[in-house]
Design a protein around this ligand. Structure first.
Ligand SMILES: [Zn+2]
Ligand SMILES: [Zn+2]
Length: 385
């Protein structure tokens, strides 16, 4: 990776970091990307899935087209990094490193443009609204794979839980399915001095909260993975009133559809049994989030081989582990075989993704770009990072 391009990617990244935009509002981000791509000689197709865009690099037709995807959106977090290129958009921050993802893919687009044509077409996919807006699904619905008829798709996330430069990708589940739930406990409000005259929704809610933790502990195979997290309980307005209604909210995670369904079934049974036991009404509403992100074996092998060429064989994680976080690239992997990978960023500073102090590690910019180039079959030689 030449030093000029590394500097350029850093400058792009810092520029994007300064102007973060939330999902489906990435108008200036899309303009910036389209202008850079056009300047390199690409003809980007914009407005795909709202603010998404794609650009094609023509190959030699020796291999089916591949898609390389970066996400574009930021988070509703007030930045507290103190960086001189910190967000100027109040309350919005690139705290998940999508600025870095865009810079790495732009860097690869530029370098590949200057090299010999790759063996097959390469489509650069810049996707909006990863964080909660399912931008991947919207791009697909908007014709992504008709416009960019790729045979395989690849994605990359910077990963602070892995050491800098470590490349990690699992066969099968790489990231979890997420569902949200709302539980409404409706009892009968009354004077706190006369509980016999009402039905205590708070007491029922506290039972539910504890019983929900038995689902993972006692219903799921210990060798499977699941999480049930109650993240909100709202009820009550006074010291001397038992409230009529309590709202509970949270999310569940799993690495298989069967586990997701088992969790939901057990939650339903618990809510029904507490309702019967306490003589009150409990409604459980489930909202499906992103599905399990499943990598396909052949594409994981391709991704790992590319990482070994670009970063050295020692960079490839020999024992990759999935994450219980979720990612909407899962929708693309329901349409095409592919691989989503993590690239380690940790240097000991310990900043967490989605935290107001998160700092993307610029040292991985040339590494990520080199991996993209190796995947595209570009001229990147082993060990030249
Ligand atoms: Zn994120
Ligand atoms: Zn992210």
């Amino acid at each position: 990776m030449n030093a000029d391009l590394t500097q350029k990617m850093q400058a792009w990244r810092h520029h994007l970091h300064r102007m973060p935009e939330l999902g489906y509002q990435e108008h200036r981000t899309a303009e910036f990307l389209a202008a850079r791509l056009a300047g390199m000689g690409y003809a980007p197709v914009t407005g795909l899935g709202g603010t998404g865009l794609v650009a094609r690099l023509q190959g030699q037709g020796l291999r089916p087209p591949i898609g390389l995807r970066a996400d574009m959106d930021a988070l509703p977090i007030p930045e507290e990094t103190g960086l001189d290129y910190a967000s100027v958009n109040p309350g919005v921050m690139h705290a998940c490193g999508h600025d870095g993802h865009m810079a790495m893919l732009l860097g690869a687009a530029q370098a590949l443009r200057h090299g010999p044509p790759p063996p097959g077409d390469v489509w650069f996919i810049f996707q909006p609204a990863e964080e909660t807006g399912a931008g991947a699904r919207r791009m697909i619905e908007d014709g992504l794979f008709r416009i960019a008829p790729v045979a395989r798709v690849f994605g990359l996330h910077n990963w602070p839980d892995l050491p800098q430069g470590r490349f990690s990708a699992c066969v099968g589940a790489q990231m979890a399915a997420v569902d949200q739930f709302d539980i409404t406990v409706t009892g009968r409000g009354c004077h706190a001095a006369m509980p016999q005259s009402g039905q205590d929704a708070l007491l029922a809610a506290s039972q539910i909260h504890q019983m929900l933790q038995s689902v993972v502990a006692r219903n799921i195979d210990p060798l499977e993975s699941g999480v049930v997290s109650v993240t909100q309980i709202h009820g009550g307005t006074a010291y001397n009133v038992l409230p009529e209604r309590v709202e509970m909210r949270g999310c569940t995670r799993s690495l298989s559809e069967a586990t997701a369904q088992l969790i939901h079934d057990r939650m339903s049974a618990i809510c029904a049994s507490v309702a019967a036991g306490f003589g009150l009404r409990i409604d459980l509403e489930r909202r499906r989030g992103y599905p399990v992100l499943n990598n396909t074996a052949e594409e994981v092998a391709i991704a790992r081989a590319a990482a070994a060429r670009a970063l050295g064989p020692e960079a490839v994680d020999p024992a990759p582990r999935p994450s219980m976080a979720s990612e909407d690239f899962a929708f693309m992997l329901q349409e095409r075989p592919g691989c989503y990978a993590f690239l380690g960023t940790a240097t000991g500073e310990g900043h967490r993704l989605h935290s107001p102090t998160y700092r993307f590690n610029d040292a991985i910019l040339p590494m990520g770009a080199a991996w993209w180039m190796a995947l595209a079959g570009g001229a990147e030689a082993p060990g030249s990072v």
